[in-house]
Design a binder for this molecule. Structure first.
Ligand SMILES: [Zn+2]
Length: 238
């Protein structure tokens, strides 16, 4: 009863403070109501969700087919140009909106934890940024997503299993093929003690050609009996 009472007081207090310090939806700027974080219910319900998590040989998994062995792969929503997902990724990567990454990570994590294949992972590995890029941005967006996932699916996050050794500055302007070549040796194993025989979940923001993820997976495959799955927020492939 006391807990319920406290919760009620908190709710009144947060509604009351909201009158003076309202919080807004990161996407549509509507005032958020109690229980909403970062995104309003309308925007949340407009996310173009995939059902990849429950689907074997889904489009996210086909991205890696014939390139690198991936146990399972999934992405939470579709990335459409000028769409809501692109807006979210832009806020997360370029506007320092880390909370939106946590919220999306939690949504993804809730889905993963309901699936036996994904729930069996031992560790979460955020795709690393080059240290120079991380310094400019101030954070690695994939690490933020991992924190969100771990809030609802409690798994340890490993940030130093691999490191990115090549700094690619104008990646978006290059063609798919030169990007692939560019990233061929972009990663290096770093701290891999006790990873033999484990199931790793590699996490990134957007899955497009999968070239950086494939390159990271290739490197992780050097660990004995390793099993690798992939989870992203957005799917921009075909
Ligand atoms: Zn909204």
């Amino acid at each position: 009863m006391l807990v319920y009472g406290n919760r009620l007081i908190y709710r009144y207090l947060s509604d009351f403070l909201g009158l003076f310090y309202p919080k807004y939806c990161s996407l549509c700027s509507e005032v958020l109501v109690y229980g909403e974080r970062c995104l309003c219910s309308y925007c949340l319900s407009s996310l173009p969700l995939t059902d990849f998590c429950e689907q074997i040989n889904n489009p996210a998994e086909l991205v890696f087919a014939g390139k690198v062995p991936v146990f399972r792969a999934t992405a939470y929503c579709y990335f459409r140009k000028e769409g809501i997902t692109q807006h979210i990724i832009h806020l997360l990567k370029y506007k320092n909106n880390q909370q939106i990454g946590i919220v999306l990570g939690e949504l993804l994590g809730a889905q993963l934890s309901q699936n036996q294949d994904f729930n069996s992972v031992d560790f979460l590995i955020p795709l690393p940024l080059h240290k120079k890029r991380k310094k400019t941005r101030g954070y690695n967006q994939s690490e933020i997503i991992c924190k969100g996932i771990a809030n609802v699916m409690p798994k340890q996050i490993l940030t130093n299993a691999i490191k990115r050794v090549i700094y690619t500055s104008t990646q978006t302007k290059k063609s798919i093929y030169s990007r692939y070549e560019n990233l061929a040796c972009a990663f290096e194993l770093n701290q891999t003690d006790n990873l033999e025989g484990k199931h790793l979940l590699l996490v990134d923001d957007v899955l497009t050609t999968g070239s950086s993820l494939s390159s990271a997976i290739e490197v992780l495959m050097k660990i004995k009996n390793i099993k690798i799955s992939v989870a992203c927020i957005a799917f921009a492939g075909h």
